[in-house]
Ligand binder design. Structure first.
Ligand code: M6R
Length: 366
């Protein structure tokens, strides 16, 4: 059932090109200039009514939500707030009939996320959920559902569910941008065309797995790892850090790199491992400065950068190049090396990869 792979997680990591493709099928189509979101009934009038969008989720789904905020705000120009479900449900958020709440959940059964949905629904919000499990509780309670077609995800660590959640959120953002006229047909087409080649880019990134395996063989004994990124690389850093913690039990933290100076840089000393995610062209120079800052304090820097960005090689200890991809879509590709990193670190340490200690696949208790 693991299809020749040693663990479900590594099998699921390799299923991402297909999962991403399946999640675009019949929605993003080269021959049509619209975005078809299954039977979602959100109209142009509805969108005019929504003064605000909340994205609510837990864990990895929350990290997808952070990317979703950026996408919706930038493409469809509607203000978005992202909340952790267990906070949202208790904080009396400003939700009414003029609010759209996007709920993200792989399992569709996470208790806090379901409770947050019910809370928002009771206040009159319109609920659109992004769910992987068909017919799950969250899917049933929502007004509209956009399914991710990741297929069953067995490993406790979420991988293909995450990348497909990103795709679903891109689709939602493009759909809204189209209805609201905030992007031209050509702009939408450019993004769609690039989305359709994401599966190949993921495939290409997976070919680099030996480099990550070698890194893990050398550094799996470390105590702390820092993940840094800016803009859309910042949620990618958070997701990479969560993956590493839950699988390898190595302490790690993620920071928006601009925050370094405001505290965390005090922790950087000789040999501290820093994973620098540099997939945002617009912020590349800023990241180069951050890498120099941590290097001058003795950090070992493993950078994830886009092909052709050579300067980074001179200043970091190791670079893993990912294929050229626009800043907007980079999170789908940049997360792949980080998933592999967490996986190989856990394998090196002999951890129970598919069932990490203390964790459950679906968190149905508070
Ligand atoms: O099923 P859900 O997407 O609602 O689950 C949310 C989180 O519990 C989940 O993403 C968790 O953080 C994963 N173990 C991360 O790999």
């Amino acid at each position: 059932e693991k299809g020749g792979y040693e663990h479900f997680m590594i099998k699921e990591i390799h299923e991402q090109p297909k999962a991403v493709k399946d999640t675009m099928l019949s929605r993003i189509d080269a021959d049509s200039d619209t975005i078809k979101l299954d039977d979602i009934k959100i109209t142009k009038e509805d969108l005019e009514k929504f003064r605000k969008i909340y994205i609510v989720a837990c864990g990895t789904a929350y990290h997808a939500g952070l990317v979703g905020k950026y996408m919706i705000e930038n493409l469809a120009k509607i203000p978005v707030e992202v909340d952790i479900a267990s906070e949202f449900r208790y904080r009396n958020a400003l939700v009414d009939e003029n609010t759209l709440v996007i709920i993200i959940s792989q399992s569709g059964e996470t208790l806090d996320t379901l409770a947050a949905l019910k809370e928002a629904k009771a206040k009159g919000a319109r609920i659109l959920s992004v769910v992987n499990v068909v017919g799950s509780s969250i899917a049933r309670e929502s007004h509209d559902v956009l399914y991710t077609w990741a297929g069953p995800e067995i490993s406790v660590a979420s991988t293909k569910a995450y990348t497909t959640q990103l795709i679903a959120l891109y689709e939602i953002a493009l759909y809204m941008a189209d209805l609201r006229g905030t992007l031209s047909k050509e702009e939408i087409k450019t993004i769609k065309d690039e989305m359709m080649i994401l599966p190949e880019k993921i495939e290409k990134t997976l070919e680099n797995k030996e480099a990550i395996q070698r890194f893990a063989a050398k550094y799996s004994g470390v105590k702390d790892v820092f993940f840094l990124g800016r803009g859309l690389d910042s949620p990618v850093a958070m997701e990479g850090s969560l993956k590493l913690k839950e699988l390898s039990y190595i302490h790690s933290d993620a920071y928006a790199a601009g925050e370094l100076k405001h505290g965390p840089i005090a922790l950087i000393e000789k040999g501290t491992i820093v994973i620098a995610i540099m997939a945002q062209q617009g912020l590349y120079e800023k990241m180069l400065n951050n890498v120099k800052e941590v290097k001058s304090r003795g950090a070992y820097v493993f950078a994830i950068a886009k092909e052709g960005h050579k300067e980074v090689e001179e200043i970091s200890d190791q670079v893993l190049f990912i294929p050229e991809v626009s800043d907007l879509l980079a999170p789908v590709v940049a997360i792949i090396p980080l998933q592999l990193l967490a996986y190989y670190m856990a394998v090196e340490k002999g951890c129970d990869v598919d069932k990490p200690r203390n964790l459950a696949k679906s968190v149905t208790v508070e």
